[in-house]
Design a binder for this molecule. Structure first.
Ligand code: HEC
Length: 499
């Protein structure tokens, strides 16, 4: 007997896959990758696999790059119907992606002008896709944010599928900057973001009469909308945690990037009280009374649970379940500017720890699918993270090098994984043998080491490790001990094997 999952996959890939007649010409113009005979599907992909050691788990990270096949509108929105991965671009074109083949979903577009989909989630309980998007009203050019539901009922023929609008708000002349949402039970939690401050005495995000800079709940069953909170800037990630709390990230200016959770009726401060400073300034606030040298009472605003200095530009946010017991229950957050993942451990709604895992691309979308974490990036890659179970079983970052313990001293400062997650201490030692001296992506090389010309061969590594400051006077590597010739030989032999 066929499993229901397989049946659904077949349904999704065949029944609804007949092409739609798109009335929306703007939407049509955007893509080539949607057709099986153009772009992506016909060209070889670039794949690279790297191994990265996070603190608790060894990871295998696979990057598949599609960027050479389109110039804009990368499908950065990511969701899944059961096991079927869906990527969507901001216009709302949706595609299944299976084994590197894109195929059209055949799902209808949202028939509005200048649609920009900001968040997309499939919720099994409702057999529906939910989208939060911006559009412009044809009649009066007013700017809107809306939430749509696309019911994928198997009994509805594909040409009868249609977006149903559950919520619509009118921002008149002001363009919204973000909409992020999550669904919990029968409620959608969403934040409509604005980077626009408005007039100094009437900040937009503080004005209850408009929907910008506010968070809401929307009951899917009766469409009742309730204002939750105000004072938000640009949020790219909202997650309803299993314990019922709804967490979000927010992009500030310099150092104003924050992590927090929604508490009904509270004011999160933008633009009056922020955690960072303005761009190109050392001061932080536009608070009118502060300008008048009369400090206002800012205590009524909610402080973030955590704020990043310097800014990292947080993006998508998920809670991990059934991925690996070492990470389950933690939040995983993408970042644009820091090109990293952040694993955030919370305890009683406080941050216990944050681990940065460097990925090397601007991460936008994030989705867990079974034992994999999938990321979309601005560089046009789909990145997959999985636990390297072989190395985890061996409980060693270096399964192939039995002499790995000789490096025990070095790993105080160096990492031996591909991406240097300990950046700030020393450059990674993976692949160092044969590499040009002081050439890798590490911001803190000393001028003295940078002056040394050549590659790290046996002779150079040996003399550097025997006496770093004779080899490169002024080097910032201070071993603190004298290694014997025998030790150095063993260490160099191990370094040769860490490719
Ligand atoms: C106390 C911290 C510390 C320890 C311990 C340490 N290193 Fe270093 N290492 C550094 C720093 C900092 C640099 C960059 C030096 C510079 O720019 O002058 C460096 C640079 C290097 C480089 C050059 C990398 C490149 O890309 O050119 C190599 C090779 C190296 N270390 C090997 C080792 C080995 C092998 C050990 C263990 C025996 C070790 N280090 C222990 C801090 C350390």
């Amino acid at each position: 007997m066929r499993s229901p999952l397989l049946l659904f996959a077949l349904f999704a890939l065949t029944t609804i896959s007949e092409a739609y007649s798109f009335e929306n010409s703007e939407a049509q113009a955007a893509v080539c990758w949607e057709s099986p005979t153009c772009g992506l599907n016909n060209k070889p992909l670039e794949k690279s696999i790297i191994k990265v050691d996070s603190t608790l788990l060894p990871l295998i990270i696979t990057k598949t790059t599609y960027s050479q096949y389109y110039s804009n509108n990368f499908p950065s929105l990511i969701t899944a119907i059961k096991e079927n991965l869906i990527l969507a671009d901001p216009v709302g074109n949706m595609h299944f992606l299976k084994e590197d083949i894109f195929s059209e979903t055949g799902f209808p577009l949202i028939h509005k002008k200048y649609v920009s989909v900001k968040d997309l989630k499939y919720i099994d309980k409702f057999e529906s896709l939910f989208a939060c998007f911006h559009y412009v009203d044809d009649a009066d050019n007013s700017k809107h944010t809306a939430i749509g539901q696309l019911k994928l009922n198997k009994n509805i023929k594909n040409d009868k599928l249609q977006w149903d609008f559950l919520f619509d708000s009118n921002h008149k002349e002001v363009r919204p900057n973000s909409c992020a949402m999550d669904v919990s039970g029968s409620k959608i939690y969403f934040i409509i973001g604005t980077a626009n401050e408005g007039e100094i005495n009437h900040p937009i995000a503080q004005n209850k009469d408009n929907t910008l800079g506010k968070s809401y709940t929307l009951d899917i069953t009766n469409r009742k909308v309730e204002l939750l909170t105000l004072g938000h800037r640009v949020s790219l990630g909202v997650v309803a945690r299993n314990d019922g709390y709804v967490w979000f990230t927010e992009n500030g200016e310099r150092g104003g990037d924050k992590l927090s959770y929604l508490i009904r009726n509270k004011n999160y401060g933008w633009p009056l009280k922020v955690s960072g400073t303005r761009y190109l300034q050392f001061t932080s606030s536009t608070n009118p009374s502060e300008k008048n040298n009369n400090k206002a009472d800012l205590s009524s605003y909610i402080d973030p649970i955590y704020a990043w200095l310097p800014s990292i530009s947080p993006s998508g946010l998920i809670e991990l379940h059934d991925f690996n017991s070492a990470w389950d229950g933690d939040l995983l957050m993408g970042s644009l500017k820091a090109q990293s993942l952040y694993r955030i451990r919370l305890r009683d709604n406080h941050v216990l720890s944050i681990e940065q895992i460097y990925i090397g691309q601007r991460i936008r979308g994030i989705k867990q699918l079974n034992k994999e974490i999938l990321l979309t990036t601005d560089e046009g890659a789909l990145i997959t993270l999985a636990v390297d179970s072989e190395r985890l079983k061996l409980n060693s970052p270096l399964p192939a090098t039995p002499g790995g313990q000789h490096l025990l001293y070095c790993v105080n400062c160096h990492s031996i994984s591909s991406a240097d997650v300990t950046a700030g201490f020393g450059p990674t030692l993976r692949g160092i043998y044969g590499k040009e001296i002081a050439s890798q992506n590490f911001p803190y090389f000393s001028d003295s080491l940078k002056k040394v010309i050549g590659i790290w061969d046996e002779a150079k590594l040996t003399s550097f490790l025997l006496d770093p400051s004779s080899f490169a006077p002024g080097t910032t590597m201070n071993l603190g001990i004298n290694l014997s010739k025998e030790d150095v030989k063993k260490i160099v032999d191990v370094l040769k094997t860490i490719k």
